[in-house]
Structure formats: C-alpha cells, structure tokens
Design a protein around this ligand. Structure first.
Ligand SMILES: [Zn+2]
Length: 280
C-alpha cells in the first residue's frame, strides 16, 4: 500500500511533466473519476481532466496528490491500496492492464493512473480553493510536522497515541508502518493516552515521524522502480523497518523480544523496554 514516502516519490516523478502540453485525456473506467461532491458521472468535461492544458505544478498533502493545471483546474489523486501513477515513454505499455485514466502529452509521453483494486480514484476540482478546502479537513502534513503541531492537534485526546497518529484529520500521511517506526524511534509506548504525553515527548515524536518518513522517501524510489517491473513484484521486505513486521524478533536497540498487540484494530509492534508503559 502506498504510504506518504511512496506518494512523494510519485509526485517527484511527475514534476518533470510540468509545462508540457497535454493533448488529450482518456478515461477507460468512469467509476474511478468523481467530481468535487464525490459523485461519479457519465459526462466528463475534457478540460476538467486537463485536456489542452498542462500541469503547472504538483502538490501533495499527506497521502493525497494533486496535479494543478495552468488553467487552475486540479486533478486530485488518491492511490488507495493499489493505485499507481506511471509516466510512460512514447509507445510504452502498462504492464498488467487497468489503465483507468491516461493523459497523452505533446512530446509523446503518457501519464497513466491505474488502480486494479479501485480503492483509490481521481477527483476533478475546479480550482485550488476547492483543493485547499478539501485538505483543510486533514491534519498537518506529516513530513513537516513539529512537536507543537502534534501537541495542538492531539494533546487533549484520550485515545492511544498510535490511534491519534493514524487519524488523518489529526495528522495527514502516517500509516500503520510509519506510526510503529516513529513511536519506536521516540521511545513512546503506542498504547499511552495522548493526554499523558508531555511537550518534550511530542517534540521527540515529531522528530521520529519526520525521520522515518525521510528514510522511507530515500527508499521509496527503489520500491517504485520495483513496482514498474513487468512481473509486478514490489520490494516491501527490503525496507529497513526496526519494529514493523518484526514481532517476536530481538529489539535492534536492546535485544528484548518485540511484542505484538493491537491499537485501533491495527497490529502494533513495540519493544516494552525501549517504549515503557507509564508506571503507576
Ligand atoms: Zn528495545
């Protein structure tokens, strides 16, 4: 599943298309395209899909990506569970099919959105105000979060701190993997209630989040290159996770066996020694 680092890697890969005229946009599956109200419909204005326009710039907030046209129209993309945005050279083909939306550029390249499991989709927004309004309902972007921002959005909550990190309205972009990794990095028990954390702990957690996402971004490029292989194999196992997926193995910091538990119905792995429960 694409997480923030993968989405940022995709954004960086699309940025070089900025300024190249888009000759046409083609929708092969209408039900992946929605309007600002979330409705799917039969008739799609080509201009809303950036036909005869060009990408002026790309934006990302959390795990969402947007193509902003020179006309101001925005195409918001959710990759969902299995979505991909691929840049193909002239004559290039999409391995495995499911090319749901494709944009043909004047220089012959194609940008393709494919989403075999269709948990993602494409939203057509009339302008950046509509995009900003949508993103205003999300928490701050996790790549740029600070301790003060985390404290402002979570400190009064009684939820487990991991549940808070996964709530996209509180913090945009952290999924199960990076929540576990960031909490380990910060030495904080995922089960602790948000309201028990102090200012210095929020600072440590923010440093952990930004750090693990940065590590993921450096590895994201490699993952995405794997994604493009014709056989579709992805190098998920090659990532250097320290707790995620390592329950029962030794903590890389202290050697204690890592323990699995559940927080917010999500499998959670922690080191009880490095991330101690609150005593008393
Ligand atoms: Zn440990």
């Amino acid at each position: 599943m694409p997480e923030l680092p993968e989405v940022e890697t995709v954004r960086l890969g699309i940025e070089p298309l900025a300024g190249v005229p888009i000759e046409r946009a083609r929708v092969a599956r209408r039900d992946v395209v929605r309007d600002r109200a979330g409705k799917r419909h039969g008739a799609i204005e080509p201009a809303m899909l950036l036909a005869h326009d060009a990408i002026a710039r790309t934006r990302r907030h959390g795990k969402q990506l947007a193509l902003v046209g020179t006309s101001g129209v925005c195409v918001l993309v959710h990759l969902g569970m299995s979505g991909q945005l691929l840049v193909l050279d002239r004559g290039g083909r999409v391995a495995g099919g499911h090319a749901h939306v494709s944009w043909t550029l004047r220089d012959g390249r194609r940008l393709v959105f494919r989403d075999p499991r269709r948990f993602g989709g494409v939203w057509l927004l009339p302008d950046e105000d509509a995009l900003d309004a949508r993103w205003a309902t999300l928490g701050p972007d996790a790549m740029r979060v600070t301790g003060a921002m985390l404290e402002a959005s979570l400190a009064r909550s009684r939820r487990a701190v991991k549940a808070g990190l996964l709530d996209q309205r509180a913090l945009a972009g952290v999924g199960n993997i990076y929540a576990d990794e960031a909490l380990f990095d910060a030495g904080i028990d995922p089960h602790r209630a948000c309201e028990t954390l102090g200012g210095e702990e929020w600072d440590r957690l923010a440093v952990g989040i930004v750090g693990v996402l940065g590590d993921g971004l450096r590895r994201g490029g490699a993952t995405l290159r794997d994604y493009r292989r014709p056989d579709g194999s992805a190098g998920q196992g090659a990532r250097g996770h320290r707790v995620y997926g390592r329950a029962g193995l030794a903590c890389l910091r202290c050697g204690q066996e890592l323990a699995r538990s559940e927080v917010a119905q999500r499998s959670t792995v922690r080191c009880a020694r490095c991330q101690p429960a609150l005593s008393g």
